[in-house]
Structure formats: C-alpha cells, structure tokens
Write a protein that binds this ligand. Sequence first.
Ligand SMILES: Cc1cc2nc3c(=O)[nH]c(=O)nc-3n(C[C@H](O)[C@H](O)[C@H](O)COP(=O)(O)OP(=O)(O)OC[C@H]3O[C@@H](n4cnc5c(N)ncnc54)[C@H](O)[C@@H]3O)c2cc1C
Length: 407
Amino acid sequence: MVEVAVVGGGVCGLFCGLILAEHDVEVAIFEEHPSIGKPSHCAGHLSIKNLEQLGFYPLPKGILENEYKGAFFYSPTGNSFKVEFDSPVTCSVNRESFDKFVAELALKAGVKVHLKTYVKSLVIRNRQVKGININYDGKLKHVNVKMVVDAEGVSSRILRQVGLQTLNRSMVVNGVSAETERVKNLNEDFIEVYFGNAYAPGFYAWIMPRKDGTAKIGLATKQGNPKQFLDKFKQKHPVASKKLDGAKIVQKTFHPITLGGFIPQSFSEGFIVVGDAASQVKPTTGGGVILGMNCAKIAAETIHKALKKRDFSAKVLSEYQRRCRKLMGFDMRVMFWMRKIFDKLSDSQIDKLILKCQSLGLSETLGKVQDIDFQGRSIARIAWQPSIISFGLYLIFEVLFSQKPFN
Ligand SMILES: Cc1cc2nc3c(=O)[nH]c(=O)nc-3n(C[C@H](O)[C@H](O)[C@H](O)COP(=O)(O)OP(=O)(O)OC[C@H]3O[C@@H](n4cnc5c(N)ncnc54)[C@H](O)[C@@H]3O)c2cc1C
C-alpha cells in the first residue's frame, strides 16, 4: 500500500512524485522501461526563465548542452528571418540526463521508483480509483492506493479505462528527432526553424546546434512518414541541405506530439492526469516539458490537500484543472488558434509571410518577447505595436484567401 501511485516515470510523473514526497506523501512511481529517460525522443529545447522558475536553472554539468540567443526562421524556398535577444533565453538539455536528474531528486526526497514495472490496469470500485494492477518480472501484483496520477504520456491506455476523453488524435503529429554529427555553417547561438508543407506538413523542422559541430535535428508531420520527410529535408531543402551535406545521423527516435490543447477533463474520483497524457503541450511548438511540469506541481499540491482532507472526490480534485486553466488556459487557446492558422498556410504563403516579417522589421519587436511558453500572454503584450498589427492584418488576409478549410 502506498498513498499515491504514479503511472509513468517520464519528466511529469517524476516531478509530480518529487513534489508529493516534499509534502511527506508516500509515493511510488511505476515505469515500464528498465532505465529512466530511455528511450529519449525529445529535442529538449526549453526556456531558461521557466526552468529557473521551476527551480531547475542553472543545471548541473552534463545536462545543459547549449544556450540560444534566438532563432532563424526559414521558408520552404529559403527566405529567412532572424529573432535575436540580448542574452540567451532558451537552452538545449540532454533529456535522458535531465530526467535522470529529476529522478535522483525524487529518490532523495523518498519516492520509490519501480522500473520494469508495467501498470496493466486500474482497480476501480464504485467509480473511485482504489489501486493498480502491475506486471513485474512476469508476475501480476495488486497495489492499493488512495490516489493514482496518470503520467503515461500520449498512449492514453489508463486514461481510457477511467472513461475520460483522451487527447484529440486529429491534432497529433508524428515526430522524429535525430542526433547528427558534422553539421556545417551553423551559428551555434541560434536554433533554426524550417517551415513548409514540402518538408514538415502540419509542423516544422529544426536544427539545434551544439558547440562541437554536432546538432539535434528533427521534424514532425501530420501525414506521411517522418523518416522520409527527414531524408528529403536533409537532401533537398535549399538551405538545410547545404548545412547537412556530409552530416551523419547517429541515432533516430520517433514519437507522436499532441497539439490539440488540454483534454476536456483531467481528473476523476481518486485520479489525476498530467503531462502528455493530459495534452499539456504547446499546440504551436509541441513543447510539453515546462507546461507539463507546471501542471504536475499543481497536481501534487491538489493531492496533498485532498490527502489532508481525506477526500479524493472529483469535486475536491477539480481544483487541479481550475488552477491549470487559470495558469495557462488563455495561452493554450491562443496557441491552438495559431496552430489552426499555420495549418492553413500554403508554402507560397509561408514564403510571403517570412518576407513580410523582414520588411516590417518584426525582429526587434519579437526580440522583446522573452516567454516562449506562455505565448498567449507574450503576444498580448506586443499586440498593440504597429508592426504586429500590420502583420496580423496581413496574416488574416492571407488566411481568408487560403483554399484550405479549418478542421
Ligand atoms: C520529436 C519530439 C521533440 C520534442 N521536443 C520538445 C522540446 O524541444 N521541448 C519540449 O518542451 N518538449 C518537447 N517534446 C515534448 C516532450 O517530449 C513531452 O511533452 C514530455 O516529454 C512529456 O513528458 P511526460 O512525462 O508527460 O510523458 P513521457 O515522457 O512520454 O513519459 C511517460 C512514461 O510513462 C511510461 N508508461 C506509459 N504507460 C505505462 C504503463 N502502463 N506502465 C508503466 N509505465 C508506463 C512510458 O514508458 C514513459 O516512460 C518533444 C516531443 C517529441 C516527440
């Protein structure tokens, strides 16, 4: 018997466990894989400010790979637009080491981490989650709990069992992330973002340089095979192909990214959902680490309160969803609509928009935006600037004349 069982030892499950243990809650995390952080599918591009706010910056040696002062944005024909900040605002972390670091903190705080342990199903009595059935070493066991935190990622198997609506599959893209050596002509202080349906339909491709000539490259696509799109990006993109000519991909991982915004309900009797399972991911960029960790913290605080009250009813746990939405509901809605608008643009429109960004001098205005996670608020802060108003009107005009319907 433990008080709280967490399904999944990804970053959100681990962080939720850590905060629970810091509140003296008895918590056990169940992870199906033999090692934390593996396989790692994530590019690990994170905001420095928001890592700091979560207590994770500066990071110990070996986790931080690089810091970035901005980004280059490219259109499918190679038009580009640069956004530069005065000092680094984002960083690249090694996701395996980062997750292992959070796991170490959790273990030190008293969390029990059970590896190679698959949570087969939930035990539900009178609609209340009361335990989990686990499979360890081929043996089935039953664990009684007061609460379950579902941090299983995009698979949504456990979520389905509770009867909660799972993430919107029509808004899921398939991602590939590749460790690459011998990449040329990169400015190591900037990440590179490549838009265009020809290379990454429904998302974008990226190059994240390190200081030693290696880089993480990747993309996601709404349709087709991401591996084939990555090959095409490497060989045919007018700008990227020159940088990646002769480059060697040493490792590739594939994983879906959920872009549909929060699932409608992320709690039920004795049960809370965090991270990718709850689709706490930015619909614009696919970044889920910072949002997921923020929600995982709120989940832990809500559970701690419920334990003190000895009341694990949906009514008490609904505070979790209320607080998550208060923190980032507005940003999520804005990012969702931005994703819908981006999805409507044709490659020639993207070309024109990148040129428009240049001609309106948006670099300077966007260089003042320091928050890449809470993008709704960031946009609201600069929305009154003449260059943003002009760009917004231009974008609306382009979208109105786009042939693609919203779906
Ligand atoms: C290609 C790609 C690039 C990305 N790049 C970025 C980025 O640059 N920045 C960013 O912020 N985000 C990025 N993301 C998103 C980010 O990786 C996720 O949002 C984040 O890792 C989600 O963490 P999580 O703990 O919710 O889920 P996961 O990391 O998926 O962890 C879930 C864990 O639960 C385990 N599990 C599942 N079911 C069970 C079960 N029944 N029993 C036991 N264990 C189980 C799984 O094995 C897994 O270890 C990227 C994603 C992809 C695919």
